[in-house]
Structure formats: structure tokens, C-alpha cells
Write a protein that binds this ligand. Structure first.
Ligand SMILES: [Zn+2]
Length: 204
């Protein structure tokens, strides 16, 4: 009896170690593993392509845009875009809070479709975290408290109201301060200073 319990415990520990930050509990929330204490904002985060990183300047011209076909935006990208892989067009992709915080807004915003903004404090700095292109039916409501790793939405379908006609992907942005600024692009490098590179909160 004792021996089988020990064996089971060892098995469980092994599963946790190798499952890393992608382990989920019964309700689909991420289990935050000890160590970095950081989580990805999207299921499968560490293995996803990032074609449009923080600070990249794009236009709708295909020669000046990594997205094929290019989207309609111009300027310096203030977020990090996580792409889906082949075969995920119809798959449910979970989106997770990267920090303990309060949902400031939740709903449709032009350019994003479903958007959640969350007020957090990261490294003693107040920040507003943006999660964009989400299925509107799936959004956690505004004015609720969420915890790091909690599922807050799923990605919206490509070229639908939920993504405001964009491709299926996650726009993940961090604005310095607690604000209602929901810009996805800015027009000058100076304005980029109002935002934080998402790398600072990702488990890299
Ligand atoms: Zn984006």
C-alpha cells in the first residue's frame, strides 16, 4: 500500500516536471509552475511563431509586412502577435491572464474584435495588459478579479466579427500605467516608449 502510494507520488511529480507550464487543471486554467512564476498568454505559447514582434514597423504594402496577406494597419506594432499553426483554424485556443489583476474592459473594440484589458502590477510597475482578437462570447467580464494562469477567453475565428476581420491570432500588448489606451500601433518611435516589450513578462 505504502509502496504504491510512493510510486504514484513519484509518477505525479514526473508528470508535473515534464508538463511544465502547459499543465492545466480541471477547468482549463494553467497551473503556474514554480521557478520563473511566469505563464504564456496563450495555449502552446512557447512553440508559436511570432511574425510580428514588438516595435516592428509595417504598412499594408506586402513588401513592408510579414503577414501574408498583409493587414490594413500602418505604424509601429506595440504588441507581440502569436500565430496559430496549420490545423488550428477550427480548434479552440485558450487565452490566459499573465498576471494577477482586475479586468478593466471586456468587449468589442474596432481593430480587434473581442478585446480584454487587464490592470496589473508587474515588477512594481502599474501596467495595462491587452489581449486582442478574442471570441466575444468567451470573454471574462469587466470589473472581475483574475489570477495568473486563469483562462480568460478563447481566440476568435479568422475574418469574423470576433477578430474584426483579421486573421486568427493573439495580439498581446502591455501599456505602461493603468490606462484606457488600446492602440495596437503607434506612428512614432517616441510613442513606443509608452509601451513595454511583452518579453519582460513572458517565460523566456
Ligand atoms: Zn498585433
Amino acid at each position: 500500500m505504502k509502496r504504491s502510494l510512493l510510486f504514484f507520488t513519484a509518477l505525479l511529480l514526473t508528470a508535473c516536471t515534464f508538463g511544465g507550464a502547459r499543465n492545466t487543471d480541471g477547468s482549463g486554467n494553467l497551473v503556474v509552475m514554480q521557478g520563473t512564476g511566469k505563464v504564456w498568454p496563450i495555449e502552446g505559447g512557447g512553440s508559436r511563431k511570432i511574425l510580428l514582434p514588438f516595435g516592428m514597423h509595417v504598412t499594408p504594402d506586402a513588401t513592408n509586412n510579414p503577414i501574408d496577406p498583409p493587414e490594413r494597419f500602418s505604424g509601429y506594432h506595440v504588441g507581440t502577435d502569436f500565430e496559430i499553426s496549420q490545423g488550428e483554424a477550427d480548434k479552440v485556443i485558450n487565452v490566459y491572464a499573465v498576471c494577477d489583476g482586475d479586468i478593466n474592459s471586456s468587449g468589442f473594440v474596432e481593430g480587434y474584435g473581442g478585446l480584454i484589458t487587464e490592470y496589473c502590477t508587474i515588477n512594481n510597475e502599474k501596467v495595462t495588459v491587452l489581449y486582442g482578437h478574442l471570441a466575444i462570447d468567451s470573454l471574462v467580464a469587466a470589473k472581475t478579479a483574475v489570477t495568473k494562469g486563469q483562462k480568460i477567453a478563447i481566440l476568435g475565428a479568422a475574418h469574423s466579427h470576433d477578430t474584426d476581420e483579421n486573421r486568427k491570432h493573439l495580439h498581446f500588448g502591455i501599456v505602461k500605467g493603468w490606462t484606457n489606451d488600446v492602440n495596437g500601433y503607434v506612428q512614432t518611435p517616441e510613442e513606443l516608449n509608452l509601451f513595454m516589450d511583452a518579453k519582460t513578462v513572458l517565460p523566456l
